[in-house]
Design a protein around this ligand. Sequence first.
Ligand code: NI
Length: 426
Amino acid sequence: MSGILIKGAKTLLPGNEIRECDICIEGGRIIGVNNVPAGFCADRIIEGADRLVMPGLINCHTHSYMAFMRSAADDVPFMDWLFKGVSPIEDNMTDEDAYWGACLAIIEMMRTGTTCFSDMQMNPGMTSKAVLESGMRAVISRGLVGSGNDEGGRMRLDQTYREMEEFKDCDRLSFMLGPHAPYTCDEEYLKIVASEAKEHGMGIHIHLSESVSEIDQINEKYGCTPIALAERTGIFDSRCVAAHCVQLKDGDIEIMKDHNVSVVTNPASNMKLGNGFCPVPELLEAGVNVCLGTDGAASNNRLNMFSEMELLSLIHKGTHRSPVCVSAKETLDIATINGAKALGLESEIGSVEEGKKADLAIIDLKRPALQPENDIVSELVYCAGGYEVDTVIIDGEITMENGRILTLDEEEVYSHTAAIMRRIRG
Ligand code: NI
């Protein structure tokens, strides 16, 4: 077997300590950090001078197919955004469109250091196909909508299982059940999803407590909060990743802590759609696992985890009037190891450690915003724009090298996504 040696690069290690390291990669994994195992033979050497190796970022909530809808419905009220902007495009898109959207999303994520994302999709198989071809890692949820045991809800669950079977040989792909939200899935359907998740040992990916109108609607229908509804349907009895959690009420945080629910905060999307701020400092204080996501490009409009990290830290400092709130170190953990924990992959990804998968972003430090290197951890969160990433390794394979994506044809993706919007808008 042959491998990759990254030679003498500053490396972001667990605990956000930076040290100069030689990193040996073989068989998809990091097999040595400043320790060359006997018999290791590097057929590729990456020079580490002026570079930083960090764990690839983990985007825990997105809808990759939406990438071609970027900036198609901005600065309009939420219901206009959804029903006049996004829905008409979704009604006219094909499975193939969703594939090209996912490719565009993957290019943007890879270029900005994301090596794993958790996707809620509408077109079965399409994100998985793009992940398979691009060398990315992803956790896929087919967005589930249903009431009681209606046919549509059953069909969408079965599509999840079929897709799992179809892609079972790709170990960069894993799957969760994705009940969309309590306002699109009724109580009975949530119970069915919860019981199947338990039966199959699968995690759950859901939107919860995103907006005031959702809180009002669920309270009127069920007399409780979306979080309490999720608890009583059994949604929290499996490993659950809850996106947004912006509008939390008394008792919600305790429920999530008791059930080890992970919260994905999506600061840009929540601000852009006028929904507010997830109480991240309070969740962290209570010991809830908080991770980070971009949400889809129709509501962010970037899929750039570096800009998301900066926002995350700054908005809570601002809203809490506290410069010590959500530090750079906490932010980096939220974007890496906490994401791995949320997805049940913490023994495989989320840090640069021997034995873990080699999912790495290599950053060019000779960029103005990263100089001088007074505090690299701070500079990653408060200064980097994301496009300082120049090489990406996922599952031990180089997918981007010196700024060039090796696995997808970028021009082809751009021309397809432009053509999709020309066709849909007529
Ligand atoms: Ni979402």
